[in-house]
Design a protein around this ligand. Structure first.
Ligand SMILES: Cc1cc2nc3c(=O)[nH]c(=O)nc-3n(C[C@H](O)[C@H](O)[C@H](O)COP(=O)(O)OP(=O)(O)OC[C@H]3O[C@@H](n4cnc5c(N)ncnc54)[C@H](O)[C@@H]3O)c2cc1C
Length: 383
């Protein structure tokens, strides 16, 4: 098989790969570069819905399905209204992002989009990429495949955020399209950190997802049982049509993904540790880190520079360790977090934009013994 040569190869046209490619498209530095995108899927299906919070106008506002300025948090018999301003909670369908990116990149001849499954990458210089349909070489490779080592280790905590959701349509008005449920703990799976969130699109349509932060998955039918029970018990909804459904499993881990890199080959997205370990959110991290990577590439810095904060990694690791050892305590910990802090502080904390003092104030609200024990656990495992 002959091999084609590129300056840059991006493996995976998901959130991370496309953010990176779109950044390169917009930057004159990359105009003369030959850039290859290798993606095994057609990306013509809506395989996920991304939600994220953001202040004011955002880069993807023209693609959004819906936004909310107000929401609610339900936990342990309490209800907390959330007024997000200056933030908004935004919803973007995967398919809309993929279609936009495909079209935007197709207009720039320096990009080649190849549907092919990558089998292996040899990271000598230049990197050699073996695919089921061909071979490629590239000076730099940005790789969305999760390193095998992640699945083989037990030094780091590995929880899963797993969920099943339905977009439902009801025969009567049931929802307020201006309010969403951030987390609703009124129905839980056994003694676990599990909740439902509800994202109303109009009075008769909403995305409803049952979500768990646990070490292992539950049966497919169990998510559906919980969704049916939740809709009946909490919303008194018995009749509805399922318009769309989605299922997802997101790793929540303090595993050092960023170490599985060389000078010219780094992991991106979930595979690069860009999923916030304590929340599972990563769409905005993909946007932010794609900017950092293109800047690093242009200035000759190590490609991963400025991506992972050691301080926030430690907070996340301690939090995951607590959930791993005492999964049943999750609801009361989230209750403390939401009731003792403004939602704006929580968003800034999860975005890693707070000061040490602000972080200590948030953390000091959590059960001290439980968290101290986990801090010792984490440090023992890490050192
Ligand atoms: C159902 C679901 C809902 C989510 N909702 C949210 C949300 O609301 N907010 C949020 O912030 N985060 C959310 N996440 C988490 C996170 O944002 C996404 O997983 C995000 O898509 C991660 O970006 P990524 O590029 O790492 O992975 P992906 O978007 O999954 O992209 C990886 C790409 O690589 C391709 N690929 C993999 N292996 C190969 C190979 N060998 N050869 C070629 N191509 C390959 C895949 O086909 C895929 O297109 C969600 C995740 C899921 C699964």
């Amino acid at each position: 098989m002959s091999s084609s040569t590129f300056d840059i190869a991006i493996i995976g046209a998901g959130a991370a790969g496309l953010h990176l490619a779109l950044n390169m498209r917009d930057d004159p530095f990359f105009r003369q570069k030959k850039i290859l995108i290798l993606e095994k899927e057609s990306k013509e299906q809506n395989d996920r819905t991304w939600c994220f919070w953001e202040k004011g106008v955002g880069k993807w506002d023209h693609l959004l399905r819906h936004t909310w300025a107000n929401g609610d948090f339900f936990c342990m018999g309490d209800a907390l209204p959330l007024h997000l301003a200056p933030y908004q909670y935004k919803m973007l369908r995967g398919i809309d992002f993929y279609a936009f990116a495909k079209k935007a990149l197709a207009a720039h001849p320096q990009f080649t989009w190849q549907q092919d499954a990558v089998l292996s990458v040899d990271t000598s210089s230049p990197c050699h990429i073996a695919c089921s349909g061909g071979q490629y070489t590239a000076e730099y490779v940005f790789d969305s495949r999760i390193p095998e080592a992640f699945f083989q280790q037990d030094q780091y905590t590995r929880l899963l955020q797993h969920f099943k959701g339905w977009v439902i349509r009801t025969p009567e008005d049931c929802f307020d399209a201006d309010r969403f449920n951030m987390m609703d703990y009124r129905l839980q799976w056994k003694d676990s950190t599990s909740f439902t969130y509800v994202l109303p699109l109009n009075a008769r349509e909403a995305l409803v997802e049952f979500t768990l932060f646990t070490p292992s998955l539950i049966g497919d039918g169990d998510y559906e049982t919980m969704l049916n029970r939740y809709l009946k018990a909490v919303w008194r909804i018995e009749k509805f049509d399922i318009v769309e459904s989605e299922y997802g499993v997101i790793p929540m881990s303090d595993f050092p993904f960023e170490k599985y890199a060389s000078d010219k080959h780094i992991r991106i997205g979930t595979a690069g540790g860009w999923v916030k370990p304590s929340s599972g959110y990563s769409f905005k991290n993909c946007e932010r880190n794609a900017v950092k990577i293109t800047e690093n590439l242009k200035s000759g810095r190590a490609l991963n520079t400025g991506i992972i904060s050691r301080r926030f990694r430690l907070y996340d690791a301690v939090f995951l360790d607590v959930l791993n050892r005492h999964n049943e305590r999750g609801p009361s910990i989230f209750h403390t977090m939401y009731f003792k802090n403004d939602v704006q502080q929580i968003f800034a904390f999860l975005d890693e934009e707070t000061s040490l003092l602000e972080e200590l104030r948030i953390i000091s609200g959590f059960p001290k013994r439980l968290f101290l024990r986990s801090l010792i656990n984490v440090l023992t495992r890490w050192l």
